[in-house]
Unconditional design. Structure first.
Length: 501
């Protein structure tokens, strides 16, 4: 699996990368107060793509102040729900207009294949803004009949209001940079909140380009502020800021716990979409022609850099060898290369740190007795490439089975008792997603009920829609993204009671 040379990049993207990228605060593109910048890299080559303004505590302070003013006293507070819908539709149209450009930026900065960025990340981003735009005019309270025993004969008009929660700090990850920005921004804007967004330091470019489109769409100054920087500086300052009413974070469980501690100062609301070690369970009555490629895609999609990746593959013993052999053959045929190469099916990992992390897990697995049915090592002379890997001879207590690797590595294990597999599948600190493959619909839905996971896919995997809520049980997080349930993350309920007689 040699690494091919990347083709010429999109001309507007080349122009975008030519000069240092600034941060968006109060409707203006500005340098960091410190004047510092940091590099963002092309993971296919290890070379610097662009220099980006490095936000710090002072920049977060300016951004929060702008968001606070826009929410408390600025024009955003006076914008009607219908106008928010119109602005979000205009933004989605602009994203669609610049879809190819955004896909190139995502492929270069993250490493994912251009075809995936185009058909997945950008397309779902457009859908997310349009779906949430429709909710802006449908956020409603209700009236409540009161029967108050200590005021006999009195009549009251009682109702509830669902109001925006206020200034929201949003910290997004590097595995789906543009799409995760949409998952966070769209419901916040639909509900009338203002935002300070901190993109991941590994992949800040698509969020900054999105910021340009937000200003072009006509959103008032201060409604969306984008401050790139490092987690331990800009991210920590945002999570702890006393004028931030809520923080929304997507990333590792370890960092999620730090966010919770940082948010405790003013008891701000917190939602977390965190890690996963998702079980993918294959029964002997499954349609293997669909199951084998489905199980492979569950782990190798997005280079395995998915919080919901089907990284624990449990297969009923009678068909274990056939399924593992099929997934391994699938892995061996995957074309690994730079994201802009049209032949590429799987790109590099996002950074040298992630490469070292995944390779460290592989070494741990091998030291504990695991064997590679496919892959198992770094590949290519430059960039951050790892072969799609299928590990066999694994046990439940192994580090590679228990901990999130966040790379293209699946651990395969047989099972004999369909009842016992439920406890094995649930034997994890995480509970983000799970997969079930069977022709028995009763068995499938029984499994879905018993699996402790926020999403259960039956005879499919990695199916996402703006209307389908997504989030985790246990240490996979708090709250839900997408669907109408996400509106609860960004609104609060006010009860109003008036004596009328």
């Amino acid at each position: 699996m040699g690494i091919a040379v990347s083709p010429q990049i999109h001309p507007r993207v080349a122009e975008f990368l030519e000069k240092p990228r600034q941060m968006l605060i109060n409707g203006r593109w500005v340098n960091s107060i410190s004047g510092k910048t940091f590099p963002t890299y092309n993971p296919a080559t290890g070379e610097v793509l662009a220099q980006v303004a490095e936000g710090d505590r002072e920049d977060i302070e300016q951004a929060v102040r702008a968001a606070r003013k826009a929410f408390d006293a600025g024009p955003w507070r006076k914008v009607t729900a219908a106008e928010r819908t119109r602005l979000m539709w205009k933004l989605s149209d602009l994203i669609e207009k610049h879809a190819e450009e955004l896909a190139y930026i995502e492929s270069l900065d993250n490493g994912k294949p251009l075809t995936i960025a185009r058909a997945g990340d950008v397309a779902l981003t457009i859908d997310m803004f349009r779906y949430m735009a429709g909710w802006a005019t449908k956020i409603e309270g209700n009236t409540i009949p009161l029967s108050v025993p200590y005021t006999p004969g009195a009549k009251y008009l009682a109702y509830t209001l669902r109001e925006p929660i206020g200034v929201v700090g949003q910290i997004i990850p590097w595995n789906f940079p543009l799409l995760m920005a949409a998952w966070k921004l769209a419901p916040a804007l639909a509900t009338g909140c203002t935002v300070v967004l901190k993109p991941a330091e590994q992949t800040p470019l698509s969020a900054l380009r999105l910021g340009e489109l937000i200003t072009e769409a006509g959103f008032p100054d201060g409604v969306v502020n984008i401050v790139p920087g490092y987690g331990e500086t800009a991210g920590a300052a945002l999570a702890a800021h006393p004028d931030v009413d809520k923080v929304a974070f997507t990333g590792s469980t370890e960092v999620g716990k730090l966010i919770v501690h940082a948010a405790a100062g003013n008891l701000k609301k917190v939602t977390l979409e965190l890690g996963g070690k998702s079980p993918n369970v294959v029964f002997k009555d499954a349609d293997l022609d669909a199951t084998i490629p489905g199980a492979a895609s569950a782990i190798f999609f997005n280079h395995g850099q998915c919080c919901c990746a089907g990284s624990r593959l449990y297969v009923e013993k009678e068909i274990y060898d056939r399924v593992v052999e099929g997934v391994a053959e699938y892995a061996k045929k995957i074309k690994v290369g730079p994201g802009l190469d049209p032949k590429t099916e799987m790109g590099p990992l996002v950074s040298t740190e992630q490469l070292d992390r995944v390779c460290g897990y592989l070494e741990s697995g091998f030291s504990q007795g695991a064997k590679a049915a496919a892959g198992g090592k770094k590949t290519g002379d430059r960039g951050y490439f790892v072969e799609p890997t299928v590990l066999v001879d694994t046990r439940q207590d192994m580090k590679v089975v228990q901990e999130e690797i966040f790379g293209p590595v699946v651990t395969a294990m047989p099972f004999t008792d369909p009842e016992e597999i439920i406890s094995r599948a649930n034997n994890s600190d995480y509970g983000l997603a799970a997969g079930v493959w069977t022709r028995d619909i009763s068995k499938a839905h029984r499994m879905a009920e018993l699996l402790r996971a926020g999403t259960v896919w039956i005879n499919c995997y990695n199916i996402f829609d703006a209307g389908l809520p997504f989030g985790g049980y246990k240490q996979s997080g708090w709250g839900r993204e997408m669907g109408h349930e996400v509106l609860n993350n960004y609104t609060q309920t006010k009860a109003v009671c008036t004596k009328i007689a």
